[in-house]
Design a protein around this ligand. Structure first.
Ligand code: NAD
Ligand code: MN
Length: 493
């Protein structure tokens, strides 16, 4: 007794009694190519004379593959292929036939789930238990769900006539690479549109595996085209004259550029942008469950989640208890190798994102908020950031206003439900909120007063393909998921 000096609450709780043994996910079955080009008109196009870049594993900083960067001519080829497929095949095919292809994609994602999960984790840094249990199963679920709508569009909007739009141009982010591809591709196919989609530059690999699935599923050439590249490639898709619909998920900054670019062109647009979600804990909430919900709300996927519960609003009289329990729980989080099955928090997706997070955390300290991080040993290479909570935050602090998109929580307090509503809505964003209370009537009243597209009651970060998702204000517009998710891809008369 008294020999060991420890600071970590984890040590105080468990001492030397036990530690997790390493539980590495094997990767020996993963067979990646050295280089990936594009998938256009049913053909895999090699990296040619175009520029290329590397995608790396953010947990090791080792390169995984060379990736081609599509220029305007390549994007034009992809759009022409999509147009031809739309005019000659896909728009004429009965919904029940389209559905068969979409079901096939869903089943093949399930069959190849293990490979997809491991590659998702290697390319993007998220914990294997999340890619395995959340990303990949939900991606399959989206294809299953929208396959079911393909032959029922006439019943989706009673009394209206619906028609597909044509070619959809889609640009997606790096936080849920395969899942965001599924959110974009599945409803577009179900409604009879053809597609040109670009994955994010740090996470192109599962999109390339999806191209292989789509190819094996026998989709007519040109129905789905996947082009790689960075921002300029995304812009070339958005600005192409023969694109009828643009769907974008990513930063509010780029969303605004796209909105300006599309204005007046007649292209239909949906934007899923950033967020600064409030997770509101009332004093009548089940506190231990709420603490789990707080942890899940901000540390799931390293906090790279647009609907993350990144602002914690705690009723003042339970502030101390909640923060104490939260800190203790944070000290048990396993941070490190994303391929270890016990890991809770993996690698930050890129060096750029790591630097953005570090800069905002420094601003929180400079502006006078109180920072807590549990002691945890981070790997020497790779981009790792300890789970962080800020107390003594005021609503004007940058960390209370700006999206951090990392494992960083800002805590604010409130006294009355009215104050909670006011503070929750005090943000340019309006994507998601959580409410924790024992009282159902309170939950519904508060939910009705919050300006957010998604509101969770006594839970957080739960997703289902049948449930619409999307924002208000600077979080964007349009819904993905559910019946609502069909609308952006249809002309309704
Ligand atoms: P980003 O918006 O730059 O990138 C998202 C996608 O858009 C990528 O595929 C990118 O290649 C593409 N893109 C970039 N510029 C484009 C343009 N001018 N026209 C068309 N497409 C373009 O996001 P980022 O720089 O990777 O991240 C910055 C911040 O954005 C993050 O810190 C986070 O706050 C936020 N973000 C939000 C989400 C979300 O799901 N809402 C996702 C990623 C990032
Ligand atoms: Mn990568």
């Amino acid at each position: 007794m008294g020999k060991k000096t420890t600071t970590s609450v984890r040590d105080l709780l468990f001492g030397d009694l036990w530690e997790y043994a390493p539980a590495p996910q094997s990767t020996d079955f993963v067979d990646l190519d050295d280089a990936y080009g594009h998938y256009i008109d049913g053909e895999f196009v090699d990296v040619g004379a175009e520029d290329s870049f590397q995608t790396i594993n953010p947990a090791t900083e080792e390169p995984l593959a060379d990736i081609a960067c599509a220029d305007e001519a390549t994007v034009d080829r992809a759009v022409k292929a999509a147009r031809k497929a739309y005019d000659t095949v896909w728009s004429k095919m009965p919904g029940r036939e389209r559905a068969k292809y979409i079901y096939r994609i869903a089943r093949m994602i399930q069959e190849k789930a293990r490979n997809l999960a491991v590659v998702e984790t290697m390319d993007g840094g998220k914990p294997i238990k999340e890619s395995r249990d959340v990303d990949i199963p939900l991606a399959a679920a989206h294809f299953f769900y929208y396959a079911g709508w393909a032959d029922k569009l006439d019943y989706a909007f009673p009394g209206a006539q619906v028609r597909s739009l044509g070619v959809a141009g889609q640009v997606i982010p790096w936080n849920f690479p395969l899942l965001m591809a599924a959110w974009k591709i599945a409803p577009a196919l179900a409604t009879g549109n053809t597609i040109v989609i670009k994955p994010a530059e740090t996470t192109p690999l599962t999109a390339m595996l999806l191209a292989e699935i789509i190819d094996e599923a026998g989709l007519p050439p040109g129905v789905v085209n996947i082009v790689n590249g960075k921002g300029e490639t995304g812009a070339a898709i958005v600005n192409h004259d023969d694109v009828d619909k643009v769907a974008f998920t990513g930063s509010t900054e780029v969303g605004k550029i796209i909105q300006r670019a599309v204005a007046g062109t007649g292209k239909k647009l949906t934007l899923e942008l950033g967020g600064k979600g409030a997770n509101i804990i009332f004093d009548d909430a089940p506190i231990d469950q709420a603490v789990e919900g707080i942890v899940n709300g901000i540390f799931f996927n390293q906090g790279h989640v647009c609907c993350a519960g990144s602002r914690l609003l705690v009723q003042e009289n339970i502030h101390e208890e909640v923060i104490q329990k939260l800190k203790r729980r944070m000290s048990t989080l396993v941070v490190g190798d994303p391929l270890d099955k016990n890991t809770d928090i993996g690698a930050i997706n890129s060096r750029e994102q790591y630097e953005r997070i570090a800069e905002l955390v420094a601003s929180g300290e400079d502006e006078g908020a109180e920072k807590f991080q549990p002691t945890c040993s981070l790997p020497d290479s790779g981009y790792f950031f300890a789970p962080t909570v800020f107390t003594d935050v005021t609503p004007s602090h940058r960390i209370a206003q700006e999206e951090i998109f990392g494992p960083v929580l800002s805590v604010l307090t409130f006294r009355t439900p009215e104050e909670a509503i006011k503070k929750a809505n005090n943000t340019p964003y309006g994507l998601a909120c959580g409410i924790w209370t024992d009282k159902g009537s309170k939950l519904f009243r508060i939910a009705g007063a919050l300006k957010a597209g998604v509101i969770w009651g006594n839970t957080y970060n739960k997703f289902d393909p049948s449930s619409p998702f999307g924002g208000y204000k600077e979080s964007g517009f349009g819904r993905e998921g559910g019946v609502h998710g069909l609308l952006p891809y249809l002309e309704v008369r």
